[in-house]
Design a protein around this ligand. Structure first.
Ligand code: PHE
Length: 441
């Protein structure tokens, strides 16, 4: 059974059963970590991009975020990437994803999937669900965590797991960050799709920016009063029926099962797994919204359900896409294979280039984390790094711990030369030594 674990800090292999593919998972299990204080309420911002300006500047709530310094733009790159600010851990590689909005491209697998889910809700609940797919990914700590009752000591709040712009502002790590504000704005049925960001390990199914869709539905007492059920049972039953219908809409007649789990914002909480290609695959997290969230946002007498699904994870299965980096590819051999409205066209790899493996060993220190290592490697190799894997780990008699990591370099688009791989590896070693203060062996 696939478990729901913190996306990054959990032991890697426990994130899924030995046979399930490892794909981006929800990360909200109970945990204990030092508190990260901070509450700041920002108004809801909308993110708007024009195709031409996509990478250069994005507009957030009427304010532009620019890559280049520009006096007219009140949020500059320097507001997001603050060199040397200990409360900012957003690297350029992440900043460059801002505004790309893959989920808004109708010919992209993520856009096709989003639209297919929209079709399901339009058909079954005509016009009831409001759709949001351009809410700004820059949110307050309050929106991302406090508003959805994530405990102060929860691991997901740590700098190791989440990208902080400053002590009160993060790149949303889930679309649940928008639940409270939309409720307060009076919405009772909504779908929120967007890019979400998590510091994470590197392999074919993990990427620090991915896409989620949140669904939320509020019920009023007259909806459940005649049912013979209490509000919670009524919402839970409706949630399951709605999501089973969605799974069937996407996958056809599939076997599915519900697994009980934990999220801070729902109770009871469930995961839906579907039987696909000989295995159980977790496709979403959901549950009946905690009463406190409704109460805090003007819906005291109501009940609600919520779900959050990872678009990449579903798209990899539906389109047979073997590596999560491909979603970001501009290579025509990738992009030309998908077209609007065509869900489930199987991706044909244009050729598989050989990977090149490089090992590196070092004595770790107390601050060492795998997320930090991966960030350094990605900062140098970008999307040419396919996997960073711990292959050896021991502690000597003096109590010093050594890790050996195997880095797989592989381009999705071309053969890499020995020279460029050696250069990258040399740079990786230098930066790992200098930035992570570990002792290379
Ligand atoms: N926000 C959760 C995650 O990213 C998913 C979720 C959404 C679960 C809504 C329950 C309800 O892990």
């Amino acid at each position: 059974m696939a478990a729901t674990l913190p996306a990054f800090s959990a032991p890697r292999c426990s994130c899924s059963s030995s046979s399930s593919p490892r794909l981006p998972l929800p990360r909200f299990l109970p945990s204990a970590q030092p508190p990260a204080a901070a509450t700041l309420l920002r108004g809801r911002a909308r993110l708007q991009t024009s195709a031409a300006a996509a990478a250069a500047a994005v507009e957030v709530g009427g304010v532009k975020i620019a890559r280049e310094g520009n006096v007219e733009m009140s949020i500059l790159r320097s507001d997001v990437v603050k060199e040397g600010d200990p409360t900012n851990n957003v690297p350029d590689t992440i900043y460059s994803k801002f505004g790309l909005q893959l989920h808004r491209r109708d010919n992209h697998p993520l856009g096709i999937l989003k639209n297919t889910i929209y079709d399901y809700f339009d058909k079954n609940f005509s016009g009831q669900f409001n759709k949001f797919d351009d809410l700004c990914p820059l949110v307050s700590v309050k929106q991302n965590f406090d508003d959805v009752l994530v405990p102060a000591d929860h691991v997901s709040r740590s700098y190791n797991d989440t990208y902080y712009v400053d002590a009160q502002t993060v790149l949303r790590c889930h679309t649940s960050a928008h639940q409270a504000e939309l409720l307060r704005d009076g919405h009772t049925h909504f779908l929120v799709t967007g890019d979400v960001y998590r510091r994470d390990s590197i392999d074919s199914t993990h990427y620090p920016c991915f896409h989620q869709m949140e669904g939320f539905r509020v019920f009023s007492p007259d909806e459940w009063s005649g049912s013979g059920m209490d509000g919670t049972a009524y919402a839970a039953a409706d949630l399951k029926k709605t999501l089973e219908g969605l799974a069937e809409h996407l996958f056809g007649a599939v076997e599915m099962r519900w697994v009980d789990t934990y999220f801070p914002f729902t109770n009871p909480s469930f995961e839906l797994e579907i039987y696909f290609q000989d295995d159980w695959l977790e496709v979403l997290g959901c549950g009946v919204t905690e009463q406190e969230i409704l109460k805090n946002n003007g819906r005291t007498d109501n009940v609600a359900w919520a779900f959050g699904l990872g678009l990449e994870r579903l798209a990899m299965v539906l389109f047979d896409i073997p590596d999560i980096r491909l979603f970001w590819s501009n290579d025509k051999r990738f992009t030309s294979q998908f077209s609007e409205g065509k869900l489930g066209v199987k991706f044909k790899p244009f050729s598989k280039f050989p990977p090149c493996y490089k090992d590196m060993s070092f004595w770790i220190n107390e601050e060492f984390t795998e997320n930090n290592l991966c960030e350094v490697v990605r900062g140098i190799a970008g999307d040419l790094v396919e996997e960073v894997k711990l292959i050896d780990n021991f502690t000597n008699k003096k109590g010093m711990t050594s890790h050996c990591y195997r880095i797989a370099y592989r381009s999705m688009e071309r053969s890499l030369t020995d020279e460029e791989i050696n250069d990258m590896q040399w740079n990786v070693r230098e930066e790992v030594k200098n930035k992570l203060k570990v002792e290379l062996r």
